[in-house]
Design a protein around this ligand. Structure first.
Ligand code: SF4
Ligand code: SF4
Length: 640
């Protein structure tokens, strides 16, 4: 393969810069490159001969799908952005059942969505390797909703789980997961957390393997008919497989000891990114303690753990997020060392939120009495005294959601309740709009508004984005029609899945591999669901939106407004590509009366006020002209 390499000589040797999609495809065995954890997963899959990859974009895993999207055509494999995680998992299962290695990736809540199919899949099994990549988000850096620990799913679904700690392990564990999956005909979980997904590290490359991309589903009248009486036998078989994998976990090299020969009353067991924090903490404390690092975390190597803990006085278990390993170790200790003190996330380490190296450092220091060379607590107090300005996350200048929220607020009173959903419009939670009185889960806005309308006469409006509507909004909309409900639902159609990085969705007419496909109009789906009151309104047409919201709120049947306007980030990029001018606006100070509507009610970040004088930052202005439409004094003018 020929690569488009740019070589820069900075006088200190050559720096080679290549495109990321080319970097991921380098086929030079033993070469070291820097990869994001998520990119390394893709590389691991390519080195495993994957033939089918699918995803529903969700941070912290979004870059897995986006990387597959960049390379799929080049390596001749299939990739798709599916309409939701359940469909994504089922597609990958279909490929694996047909003998093609497959992988599916999603964030933690995606696993909830897909679990209805993931659990029976473990019962029926797969023919080729199938890896389910799920990323949890301790402290919810990229998610709302909950601090879910997906490791419970491994136990619930009888599905083995591996947890890498860095980019190299992301690649290597993916390969191990494929092999394990194929050996036992079971899907295998690869569980990441945000720090593993989003940290870059050096990865030593292996060879890319060209796997099968075509296969055949072979009927099996016993195996695939997942109902009684066969299901009882399959369940027993599943337990036999897990016991065989547990025996492997006793020997597998990804479960390993550090400082094994060190004699101490305290030992540590760690998994995933927590292991890195432990090693850093020991370094800072200048201590050597025996550490058992788990890479295959379900099923756990019970014999090895029993041997490790039997002569200890105490053990510290360091894990994200819930005390799952800690509880297992507590129960193993009952057999071999009932006096063992088990420290962990049941109270010693923080019980919620992401772990930090500092928390682990202070915990080890407290248990062992070993002091640091410096005063970490004083240092933290100094840090907390710093006056770092806190800012709310904002919708972009020219965001069509801003215009829709402005118009909706203008058309309704303080007595209106707004039901939110998942997407960048979640930012409507903040002032000046506050149009997300409750946020639940993907597509939940429609179910929630239906229930509220059934039991109250409140004025309620639900907002749901286009990707979210396709993900889970369609059945809920049908439910409102079927059950004679009368909510007003505003579907925010910005022609992309914006929040996770502008992945295409079914409105766009392009697949994840860049092929043209049928663009599906949301209003057609809404009508097909039986909704009679449907109107498409340009999000930037504030007057028409205000009027439509006012009218539709009076309807006694379910009503839908499709607020349609391309994401402004994409619009600006497209115009630049096409050589079109982006208009810039400014405020005519002689006309402006300082009412503040453009700043305090529309909240465009390009508009500011200083000493009572309102102004527009032309560098930030994206030329949407919404402020022009709402200014009562017609003070805002195009300047170029
Ligand atoms: S809305 Fe118009 S009149 Fe009011 S502050 Fe802004 S520019 Fe001035
Ligand atoms: S300043 Fe006005 S035209 Fe510019 S982005 Fe903001 S609302 Fe749009």
């Amino acid at each position: 393969m020929q690569f488009n390499r740019k070589t820069i000589d900075k006088g200190k040797g050559e720096v080679i810069i290549i495109d990321m999609s080319e970097k991921i495809l380098l086929n030079e065995n033993g070469m070291k490159i820097i990869l994001l954890g998520n990119e390394a997963i893709v590389r691991g899959a390519l080195e495993s001969g994957v033939g089918f990859a699918s995803t529903f974009p969700g941070t912290p895993t979004s870059e897995i799908g986006d990387t597959f999207a960049k390379v799929a055509n080049k390596v001749g494999i299939y990739f798709e952005y599916s309409t939701n995680e359940k469909v994504a998992l089922e597609g990958a299962a279909g490929a694996a059942l047909s003998g093609v290695r497959s992988t599916v990736s999603f964030k933690q809540y995606g696993l909830n969505v897909s679990s209805e199919s993931a659990f029976p899949l473990a019962y029926v099994g797969v023919r080729a390797g199938m890896v389910i990549v799920v990323a949890d988000d301790p402290s919810c850096w990229s998610s709302a909703q909950s601090e879910q620990d997906s490791r419970y799913y491994a136990r619930l679904g009888h599905i083995p789980m591996l947890e890498p700690a860095n980019s190299q392990e992301c690649k290597d564990f993916t390969k191990i997961a494929f092999d394990l999956s194929e050996k036992f005909n079971l899907p295998v979980f690869l569980r990441l957390t945000t720090r593993v997904s989003h940290t870059r590290g050096v990865v030593t490359l292996g060879r890319i393997v060209k796997g099968r991309t075509k296969g055949k589903f072979l009927k099996d009248s016993i195996k695939f008919r997942n109902f009684p009486p066969y299901i009882i036998e399959t369940h027993k078989e599943l337990h036999r497989k897990l016991e065989a994998i547990r025996r492997i976990s006793e020997e597998i090299e990804i479960n390993f000891f550090v400082n094994e020969d060190v004699k101490n009353d305290l030992g540590i067991i760690a998994s995933g990114v927590s292991f890195n924090y432990v090693m850093d903490a020991l370094d800072h404390l200048k201590m050597n303690l025996p550490v058992f690092k788990l890479g295959l975390t379900y099923p756990i190597p019970e014999e090895k753990i029993r041997n490790f803990i039997k002569n200890l006085k105490s053990i510290l278990v360091v894990e994200e997020i819930e005390p799952i390993l800690e509880k297992s170790i507590n129960s193993l200790a009952k057999d071999v060392n009932p006096e063992l003190r088990v420290f962990g996330r049941s109270g010693y380490l923080p019980t919620a939120g992401e772990l930090t190296e500092e928390a682990i450092l202070l915990t080890i220091s407290k248990i062992t009495g070993k002091k640091l060379d410096y005063d970490l607590i004083a240092h933290k107090e100094d840090y907390n005294k710093l006056k770092i300005a806190r800012r709310f996350p904002l919708m972009c200048p020219g965001c069509p959601h801003r215009a829709t929220f402005f118009a909706t607020k203008s058309a309704t009173g303080e007595d209106t309740t707004f039901i939110g959903d998942i997407g960048c419009y979640i930012l409507g939670i903040f002032p000046p709009f506050e149009t997300q009185d409750i946020i639940f889960s993907m597509g939940a806005s429609e179910g929630l508004i239906h229930g509220i309308k059934k039991v109250s006469d409140q004025k309620v409006i639900a907002f749901i984005g286009d990707g979210t509507f396709f993900h889970a909004g369609i059945p809920a909309l049908i439910n409102t029609v079927f059950n004679k409900s009368n909510p007003l639902i505003i579907i925010l159609d910005n022609r992309t899945t914006a929040m996770t990085g502008h992945q295409p969705n079914p409105t766009v007419g392009v697949t994840g591999m860049g092929d043209q496909t049928k663009a599906i109009a949301i209003e057609d789906i809404v009508k097909a669901c039986g909704v009679e009151n449907v109107k498409v309104v340009d999000s930037f047409n504030v007057k028409e939106m205000e009027k439509t919201v006012g009218e539709f709120l009076q309807n006694d049947k379910v009503s839908v407004i499709v607020a349609k306007r391309e994401c402004q980030l994409l619009a600006v990029r497209r115009k630049r590509r096409e050589g079109k001018a982006i208009p810039k606006f400014n405020i005519d100070k002689s006309r402006c009366n300082g009412c503040g509507i453009c700043l305090y009610q529309l909240g465009c970040p390009a508009i500011s006020v200083e000493n009572g004088v309102f102004d527009i930052n032309e560098d930030l202005c994206t030329g949407c002209a919404v402020c022009v439409r709402i200014c009562p004094k017609r003070a805002i003018k195009v300047v170029r």
